[in-house]
Ligand binder design. Structure first.
Ligand code: TYM
Length: 332
């Protein structure tokens, strides 16, 4: 059965492997049979980057990356968040019924507030209500995201349920974070800290645009140690992270070979990293080439953005009209 699916990505940097496996990859299959919306969350970007340089260039780059990953503008609706202002009206309605205490308890809010103590802005606090608006403006039921977004999805369900309860309706679905029906993904970074992310500093993330030398440099720098000294010993997290990346890009036989070598203490991390860098480059190369071939095609990208905007606005306008009716706004 066809479902409504929504997800978004902030244009605060190039797309990396985490974005691909957490969110984008899911859409490749889903777009074949569902009503899919995938957008560039440029409003959300302002919560951490209030004065973005080259905003339009960044948005264009991410749109090119969507298409390079295989998102098809004729199947899925690809659009820019700020092109669909209807969602902002829904954001306002949700904010009226969102409470300070619950917003302050959100982990990502607490993390960001710690990271940018001089800019704990209201947009950061209400990040989850804008996200709920992004999703519910299309009344989506599934949201392909990585594990880091789980709590935001829980908040979206809270706001949907609350709206339904307050206005005595069953209008909004309660959307779930989705990954082919399995567990949500967390792709580790290369700095040993756990998550691949664009703001964690150079070297932590492998971007879909990275060239061969950059990939190799980043991987060779990843944290390791002098190797296990006891057979079948427990793997440190930073080594486990390298194996998780291998799981994504390497052949099963290769992974088994290095796992066995770890177990019997014969592993040489230098060799393992060279292998990982070669497999990673093979995985990234087609994306890199495709991105390069599309990103300077302004005509194509603006055609795609316009096509997406028109489709997304049509869906959003329908929802806003119905929400206004439900709340009781009528022209006098
Ligand atoms: P953002 O821009 O941080 O990341 C975009 C998507 O990539 C996923 N992701 C990861 N998945 C697995 N492992 C990783 N290391 C990793 N890093 C990032 C994220 O889970 C996300 O799916 N709040 C969102 C953007 C957003 C949104 C929405 C998403 C705004 N409105 C509505 C879904 C629905 C964000 O900051 O994603």
């Amino acid at each position: 059965m066809s479902s409504k699916i929504v997800s978004g990505i902030r244009p605060t940097g190039n797309l990396h492997l985490g974005n691909y496996f957490g969110a984008l990859r899911n859409f490749l299959k889903l777009q074949e049979e569902n009503d899919c919306y995938f957008f560039i969350a440029d409003y959300h970007g302002l919560t951490t980057h209030p004065t973005p340089e080259n905003l339009q260039e960044n948005v264009k780059q991410v749109l090119a990356e969507f298409v390079a990953c295989g998102l098809d503008p004729d199947k899925a609706t690809l659009y820019v968040q700020s092109d669909v202002p209807e969602a902002i009206e829904l954001y306002l309605f949700f904010n009226m019924n969102a409470y300070l205490g619950e917003l302050q308890r959100v982990t990502t809010f607490k993390e960001k507030a710690r990271k940018q103590p001089n800019n704990v802005n209201a947009g950061l606090l209400t990040y989850p209500t804008l996200m709920a608006a992004d999703i519910l403006i299309h009344r989506a039921s599934k949201v392909p995201v990585g594990k880091d977004q789980e709590q935001n999805l829980e908040m979206t369900r809270t706001f949907a349920k609350r709206f339904n309860h307050m206005y005595q309706t069953e209008y909004f679905p309660e959307p779930v974070a989705y990954n082919f029906g399995d567990e949500l993904v967390k792709v580790p970074g290369l700095d040993g800290s756990g998550k691949m992310g664009k703001s964690e500093g150079f070297g932590n993330a492998i971007f879909l645009i990275d060239d061969e030398a950059t990939i190799k440099k980043k991987i060779m720098k990843a944290k390791t140690d002098s190797g296990p000294t006891e057979k079948n010993s427990e793997m440190p997290d930073y080594i486990q992270n390298l194996f998780s990346l291998m799981d994504i890009v390497s052949e099963t036989d290769t992974i088994t070979q290095y796992k066995d070598a770890f177990a019997d203490c014969s592993i040489r991390y230098g060799d393992m990293k060279k292998q990982l860098a070669a497999d990673m480059n093979e995985f990234i190369a087609p994306f890199r080439d495709k991105i390069k071939s599309i990103v300077s095609n302004d005509e194509l990208l603006s055609k795609i953005a316009k096509q997406g905007r028109d489709k997304a606005r049509e869906s959003a306008q329908r929802t806003i009209k119905e929400v206004r009716d439900i709340i009781g706004f009528k022209s006098i």
